[in-house]
Design a protein around this ligand. Structure first.
Ligand code: ATP
Ligand code: MG
Length: 240
């Protein structure tokens, strides 16, 4: 569902992403881990089509993102690390806007938008302009808009930053539901506990290069150091 082939992104002489290849299958929740500046956001921006690779290719739901950007974007959702919403729309209008541009039938919007707003406790604020929403409220609205669309591929860049504990719990449940529905989830995160519990597979990127990828259990076995038990231990060892 997501295919990254020999992806390199250079900024001047600096390689932010260096010959990265990996794939994510339908129904798979992939956690993309790595220290600050490792190249995670750069990779996700290229997958989403908002940044061009220097070399290599990425495809989403069978469409090459550079060659068929509209077909690819129709099938994917991207939630960036800084939630962007149009400040002069209300929560309700934003949901309608996303529903319309992604061709969600009107009857379905009418039924599901109130349900989704309720799920994220945004019903009371849904008539307010988004410029007055907190960071977490914007993030929740974006997550609700993704669920309205049912995309085949979901890209999340640090999705739980700014969410309260109850919303994080809800987010995790919904993420598992999205994957069970057959979508591929690509999630950058620093929260290794969450990655360990929620992701089927994880990859660790360090200085632009993928140092490992596998199931959580496989990755945890990679280090022979005695007493190593958690993904955090392995992460810290591999990115030393
Ligand atoms: N537009 C840009 N111009 C120049 N350098 C950039 C640009 N975007 C990213 N970089 C550099 O590329 C490297 C990777 O950045 P990136 O944002 O992908 O890291 P990250 O893994 O998402 O880090 P974090 O965990 O802090 O979010 C960093 O060294 C960063 O300074
Ligand atoms: Mg980042």
């Amino acid at each position: 569902m997501i295919e990254i082939k020999n992806l390199t992104k250079s900024f001047g002489n600096f390689k932010a992403v260096d010959d990265l290849s990996l794939s994510v299958a339908p129904g798979e929740i992939f956690g993309f881990l790595g220290p600050n500046g490792a190249g995670k956001t750069t990779t996700v921006k290229i997958l989403s089509g908002i940044m061009r690779p220097t070399s290599g290719s990425v495809s989403v739901a069978g469409f090459d993102v550079a060659a068929s950007p509209l077909e690819a974007k129709r099938r994917m959702a991207y939630i960036p690390d800084e939630p962007f919403v149009y400040p002069k729309l209300t929560g309700w209008e934003f949901m309608r806007f996303i529903g319309d541009i992604y061709a969600v039938p009107a009857a379905e919007q009418k039924k599901r938008i109130p349900e989704l707003l309720e799920t994220f406790e945004l019903t009371a604020a849904s008539g307010e302009l988004l410029e007055g929403y907190s960071h977490g409220m914007k993030q929740k609205l974006l997550i609700a808009s993704v669920l309205l669309r049912k995309p085949k591929v979901v890209l999340f860049d640090e999705p739980t930053v700014g969410l309260d504990p109850k919303s994080i719990r809800r987010f995790k449940t919904l993420l598992a539901d999205i994957a069970r529905g057959g979508a591929a989830v690509f999630m950058c995160t620093h929260i290794l506990d969450m990655a360990e519990r929620l992701c089927h597979t994880v990859g660790i990127i360090y200085r632009g290069r993928l140092v490992t990828k596998g199931t959580v259990d496989e990755v945890k076995k990679l280090t022979a150091a005695p007493g190593v038990r958690s993904l955090e231990d392995v992460f810290l060892e591999l990115t030393e």
